[in-house]
Design a protein around this ligand. Structure first.
Ligand SMILES: [Zn+2]
Ligand SMILES: [Zn+2]
Length: 208
């Protein structure tokens, strides 16, 4: 698998550019800002981007969505539970003092258990509500992209609209801690980890 992390936007969001080695089909996960850097990375990797996947619709994960979409002509995918938040993303950004263009509409709404295919590589959509109602993780090829659900040593905040502390713990326990310990965790902010490491050391999960 081709996998590169870029730190983008005002809140240091991780944008991942992922591709299948044989076919060079690819996806961009969470284009939170810095569209030029994302597009340059895609070009350098010679990927044909099929999907632009949002782990959730918070403004720091969607800032470059319009520009990446225009350049790539790829499908924008978001879980149905965050579709409304996506259309209001620019207003949410303004509340935090950031200005952002209105986000384009999603091309397809995702549900739990769906599979995204890049050449011979497949990625499974895991609906993991709690940080937002439509938060997802994407699992495949021994890695999991966890958005703002699970971080290295922490979990996503649940005090924003639609957040639910009990629900995020339940999502992590039932959808993420059930993955093999060696699965690499690529979160929406900060450095990577593994499922085993989070199971053993994440203070929010020790009692789970
Ligand atoms: Zn978030
Ligand atoms: Zn975030």
């Amino acid at each position: 698998m081709i996998l590169e992390r870029l730190e983008v936007g005002p809140l240091a969001t991780n944008c991942y550019v992922v591709g299948d080695k044989a076919s060079h089909e690819g996806m961009v996960i969470d284009p939170g800002g810095d569209a030029t850097a994302i597009l340059e990375k895609v070009a350098a990797l010679e990927l044909n981007i099929k999907f632009i996947v949002l782990t959730h619709a918070h403004f720091d994960h969607i800032g470059a969505l319009g520009r990446v979409k225009d350049a790539m002509k790829a499908e924008i995918l978001v879980h149905r539970g965050d579709a409304e938040a996506l259309s209001g993303g620019h207003r949410a950004a303004a509340e935090f003092g950031f200005s952002m263009p209105e986000a384009p509409h999603p091309d397809r709404l995702l549900g739990d258990g769906e599979t995204l295919l890049l050449g011979a590589s497949d990625f499974r959509v895991l609906h993991t509500p709690g940080h937002t109602p439509g938060g997802i993780c994407l699992e495949g090829g021994g890695v999991v992209f966890t958005g703002d659900t699970l971080f290295n040593g922490s979990i996503g905040r649940t005090d924003l609209p639609g957040g639910d502390y009990g629900m995020i713990l339940d999502s992590i326990k039932t959808k993420l801690l059930t993955l093999p310990d060696g699965t690499t965790v690529y979160p929406g902010h900060g450095l990577e980890s593994t499922i085993g490491r989070e199971r053993r050391l994440n203070p929010f999960l020790l009692s789970q």
